[in-house]
Design a protein around this ligand. Structure first.
Ligand code: ADP
Ligand code: ZN
Length: 430
């Protein structure tokens, strides 16, 4: 039931037929909302390609029509709302009917089953419950799969470990940054997760991370870690997920119509080229979205997957288009820095990027935690590592950062998605 062979290995022509039917359905539904009523008034879709004549929907559109502008069903049909953090202006809210919640849980169950977890697994959810979709989204999927589900929520590392040990947790849903932090709590308790827990699977996502960080998590815990991608506007987690091949995430094309565009021109890019992911919901009822600009940068992996699933794969998210840093005219993504820094075995669990203005020039400082033995080792070893990192960053990013190697656990962490970039330029100029 959770391995939906027919749908997961559907042929490309059958998928297109299915998508066209669902797209018609979505457009008819969306026309009921105040926002899409005018936009879609004269819309005639005869082929999937006709979608390209429709305008994009942006996060700003959701904000501007807050709170009910995109609601396509009577509010009494909605049973839940989720919301993004909304640090800048109105938050965006997303409504769900009972059917939306069911379909979302099915999707998350499909994702987890794909990686090999089963009913007998014990699942611990360390993501935030509440308005954030990471908690409840996985929770419902895990219960649907029939697993014993422990809704611990975020933080309180000692309690996390206690539950893992008491109930022999085998699978966790965890932020990659928190997985690294949690490991240090195991160390403080003189525990080794490899020997002292039954963990075998982690679902990591909700924030950009490199493959190097995933491998580090896998090695520290002796587990497999699968990349999980989602966003609240589509439902939440469950949009795209890694299969056992761990090489890109299958994006579920029976639920979402996928386009990759050039973020500057809006032009559609061919498979294989990197750009912004644009998604259209195909099954959502309460709040269908058409050509939603996710701002997430990725590309379609243009080869069939060895697992046999035919839904195309997207590469791990490079970052959001608005994460890009411009340092003295050079474009840099924070993930390039993570990838470079993590190559060095002496590098520890956390890092922080600071950008400031110095004599009208941009200056980038990278603070990096290193392992205890390196930090307390000889000065020349520490200097050597620092210079190697500077050289590597220079060649990867094209700018010369200042690098400071700091003590383990000395950089602050926050509960929830990791915040590692501190751009102080604006404040200083004001
Ligand atoms: P917010 O926009 O407030 O963070 P969401 O909780 O909906 O709201 O977060 C969705 C966003 O989180 C995605 O658009 C993406 O930028 C990021 N994200 C989610 N999963 C991943 C992942 N596996 N890898 C990288 N980024 C991710
Ligand atoms: Zn696959």
């Amino acid at each position: 039931m959770f391995w939906e062979k027919e749908i997961e290995t559907i042929s490309s022509s059958d998928l297109k037929k299915l998508q066209l039917i669902k797209l018609h359905h979505t457009i008819e539904k969306a026309k009921k909302s105040d926002y899409y009523k005018k936009i879609l008034k004269k819309t005639k879709i005869s082929t999937l390609k006709d979608i390209e004549s429709l305008p994009f929907t942006s996060k700003q559109d959701l904000r501007d029509h807050f709170p009910y502008g995109l609601l396509a069903e009577d509010l009494t049909e909605s049973v839940r709302l989720h919301s993004s953090s909304g640090t800048t202006g109105n938050p965006t809210v997303v409504f769900h009917t009972k059917e939306d919640i069911e379909l979302w849980a099915d999707l998350v169950a499909r994702c987890m089953y794909m990686t090999g977890v089963r009913k007998h697994d014990v699942f611990q959810n360390t993501m935030g419950y509440g308005l954030f979709t990471g908690g409840l989204g996985f929770h419902y999927g895990a219960e649907k799969l029939g697993m014993l589900t422990i809704p611990v929520g975020p933080g309180n590392s000692k309690r996390q470990i206690w539950f893992m040990q008491q109930f022999s947790t085998t699978a966790v849903h965890i932020l990659p940054s928190y997985a690294i932090h949690l490991y240090s709590s195991f160390q403080e308790l003189s525990l080794d997760p490899k020997k002292d827990t039954r963990l075998k699977t982690a679902f990591i996502g909700a924030e950009p991370h490199t493959n190097a960080l995933r491998v580090q998590i896998e090695n520290l815990y002796g587990i497999k870690a699968y990349n999980s991608y989602g966003l609240s506007e589509m439902c939440g987690p469950g949009v795209a997920f890694e299969c056992p091949q761990q090489n890109g995430m299958h994006i579920w094309e029976d639920h979402f119509y996928v386009e990759i565009i050039d973020p500057k021109t809006g032009q559609i890019l061919p498979d294989g080229e990197e750009g912004e992911l644009v998604l259209t919901t195909l099954k959502r009822s309460a709040m269908p979205l058409i050509r939603y600009r996710t701002r997430d940068l990725t590309r379609i992996i243009n080869e069939p997957c060895l697992c046999g699933r035919t839904h195309r794969r997207i590469e791990r998210i490079k970052g959001r288009s608005d994460d890009m840093l411009i340092i003295n005219g050079v474009n840099i993504f924070p993930m390039q820095i993570e990838q470079t820094v993590m190559q060095f075995p002496g590098v520890g669990n956390n890092y922080r990027i600071e950008i400031l203005k110095e004599n009208h020039m941009d200056r980038i400082n990278v603070l990096i935690e290193v392992h205890e033995e390196i930090f307390n080792g000889t000065l020349s070893k520490l200097d050597q590592l620092k210079n190697q990192i500077i050289e590597a960053l220079k060649s990867e990013c094209g700018v010369t950062p200042k690098v400071k190697l700091v003590e383990p656990e000395s950089l602050p962490i926050n509960e929830g998605k990791a915040v590692r970039v501190f751009d102080m330029r604006r404040n200083e100029e004001e």
